[in-house]
Design a protein around this ligand. Structure first.
Ligand code: PBG
Length: 319
């Protein structure tokens, strides 16, 4: 006797009719790395297939995304000048601010999200302002983060995504945005952001590895789940519109638990290390390329609505 679940697998039409999840282009956000200079399009050695672009070369990238039907990007800027206070992060002429204006000029309908953090902009590579002993000062950092978010909104960003993990930053950014007249700019908070080893390729790409120490005092302990729920709860109370879990693949349980606990849109960041692992395995013929789709689909199945992924373009093959 054929067991009941199998009867729904015999035919492709019925399989498709009962399929529970699907990945859509509208769920995907593609990360873009912008650098200073002219005529730069350089493959990032730690992230095969992903490039550093100067502002004047963004056009081809944006056009490709538009043609593929990808409607959202998250911008990361790599400034030439770094200092203790990350001044370039909130300068009107900063690399991210310039990139936002350029993308909006090229494609007004592209939804532009910005990463709000200091680590790419500080000479010490930490996500906040340090005291004399080299410790990140949480409360001192908050007004800087608000200032960065406001400057992104002024340049035309559609949504800001604080990734620094300082306590109270969502409230500080919300108040800052509202006071500056940007009540309608949502916040996608990196709420459960783990102190993960899977960010390695990104830090090489964004030149944001800390010069000393690590981020364990402000990013989450990889062993914790209750703590993720508390972080998410706080960010929602402070005004987050979308909450994020990061990384994604090693944290599918967290995505699922957040989805079960809160009636909120959830984003997941399929981070650089997760991309590099699968990308390299496919390149070396160890995995079939459909492993890409399978891995990202698992993030959707776990409960994520929005998936930030370096695979966004490749995924269009299967969507
Ligand atoms: C900045 C930031 C990081 C990532 C996104 N925003 C690096 C970090 O926290 O060290 C990582 C993304 C990735 O690995 O793809 N704070």
């Amino acid at each position: 006797m054929i067991k009941r679940p199998r009867r729904l697998r015999g035919n492709i039409a019925i399989r498709e009719m009962v399929r529970e999840t699907s990945l859509e282009k509208r769920n995907l956000v593609y990360p873009i790395f912008v650098v200073e200079g002219n005529n730069v399009k350089e493959e990032i050695s730690s992230l095969k297939g992903i490039f550093h672009y100067s502002i004047d070369r963004l056009e081809e990238e944006i056009k490709e995304l538009m043609d593929l039907g990808i409607q959202s990007i998250i911008l990361f800027g790599i400034p030439n000048e770094k200092d203790a206070y990350g001044k370039e992060a909130y300068s009107e002429k900063g690399i991210v601010q310039q990139a936002i204006r350029k993308v909006k000029e090229l494609a007004p309908r592209m939804y532009v999200i910005t990463d709000v953090c200091m680590c790419q902009f500080t000479d010490h590579g930490h996500c906040g302002i340090l005291d004399q002993c080299g410790h990140v000062q949480n409360d001192v950092t908050l007004p800087f983060l608000a200032r960065i978010a406001i400057s992104h909104a002024q340049a035309g960003a559609d949504m800001v995504a604080p990734s620094d993990m300082m306590d109270g930053r969502v409230a500080a950014i919300r108040t800052g945005l509202d006071e500056a007249g940007f009540m309608n700019v949502p916040i996608m908070a990196y709420s459960a952001k783990y102190a993960s080893s899977f960010y390695g390729p990104f830090r090489a790409a964004a030149h944001s590895a800390p010069a000393f120490g690590d981020r364990k005092t402000y990013q989450m302990d990889i062993a914790n789940t209750d703590e993720a729920i508390r972080e998410v709860e706080l960010d929602i109370e402070e005004g987050a519109d979308i909450v994020m879990v990061k990384p994604a693949l090693s944290y599918l349980d967290i995505i699922h638990r957040v989805k079960d606990n809160f009636n909120m849109p959830i984003a997941a960041y399929n981070v650089s290390g997760e991309y590099a692992m699968i990308k390299l395995a496919v390149e070396h013929g160890l995995l079939d390329e459909k492993a890409i789709y399978e891995s990202v689909l698992s993030i959707k199945r776990a409960g994520a609505d929005i998936i930030i992924t370096y695979f966004a373009k490749e995924l269009c093959k299967w969507i």
